[in-house]
Design a protein around this ligand. Sequence first.
Ligand SMILES: Nc1nc(=O)c2c([nH]1)NC[C@@H]1CN(c3ccc(C(=O)N[C@@H](CCC(=O)O)C(=O)O)cc3)CN21
Ligand SMILES: CC(C)C(=O)C(=O)O
Ligand SMILES: [Mg+2]
Length: 276
Amino acid sequence: MSEPTLYGGPATRRVRTRDLIAAKQRGERWPMLTSYDQYTAGIFDEAGIPVLLVGDSAANNVFGYETTVPVTVDDLLPLVRAVVRATKRTLVVADLPFGSYEEGPTQALRTAVRFMKEGGAHAVKLEGGRRVAEQIAAITGAGIPVMAHVGFTPQSEHAIGGYRVQGRGDAAEDVVADAHAVAEAGAFAVVLEMVTSEVAKRITHDLPIPTVGIGAGPDTDAQVLVWQDMAGLRTGKGPRFVKRYADLAGVLTDATKRFADEVRGGEFPGPEHAFH
Ligand SMILES: Nc1nc(=O)c2c([nH]1)NC[C@@H]1CN(c3ccc(C(=O)N[C@@H](CCC(=O)O)C(=O)O)cc3)CN21
Ligand SMILES: CC(C)C(=O)C(=O)O
Ligand SMILES: [Mg+2]
């Protein structure tokens, strides 16, 4: 039997981190999305998304905060549980929120263990390169797969000074060094956020582990988007790296207006919606 692809095949078992490494070796690209709830997780699982991220971007896209800074482990754990329960074959990655791993390897491992034990996650993700190599080593050393995240790291937005492309000019070597450091520390994949296409291509070529791009050009092994950006549920001007594949905000607005009109006009509920 030929090697199964990551998506399009029958839902026989969950995707594992080794499947993602194997996909890179055969040059197979894969899509990743965020998910924070049961219904979207089920749809993405059925549609063949091999990896879902319960992102700390829930801060912006579920809880309505301006940045990812305020969201907590206790906020995210129930979302992770919902996404795991709703999926059959997707590998579910839990994002470690700001403040839950920076103190050092002990704190990082304690938080990762909570997401595995209480959340049922299959892997965790954290932001940073060389500065969190010890944390990555401690977590992977305990048998928990880690996805790393370098380039623009939203949790450090205040230090970085806004949403800025990373790795231009001399800064390229910093991003490259971070990517190498997380791979050496044991990460099974690395998100490259808002780095130049040239730097992303070089890192993807250099590293044995898959790279997951967001605003990192066409040459990474995988691509991730926040699902509300991908499906057009979020309105307003988004980051330039977003492509909208639907107008969910428009669909939901129309449905809501029709419901409201029918209630006001006495058309809903009809006889078929009532009990006698
Ligand atoms: N809905 C959503 N999508 C995301 O991609 C996302 C979140 N939320 N929350 C957490 C972080 C924050 N991210 C962001 C947010 C904004 C820009 C942005 O506004 N970028 C502009 C300006 C760039 C500039 O000023 O140089 C762009 O044009 O890309 C980028 C990444 C990525 N993540
Ligand atoms: C966009 C991805 C990579 C992320 O970290 C998040 O959604 O929290
Ligand atoms: Mg995140």
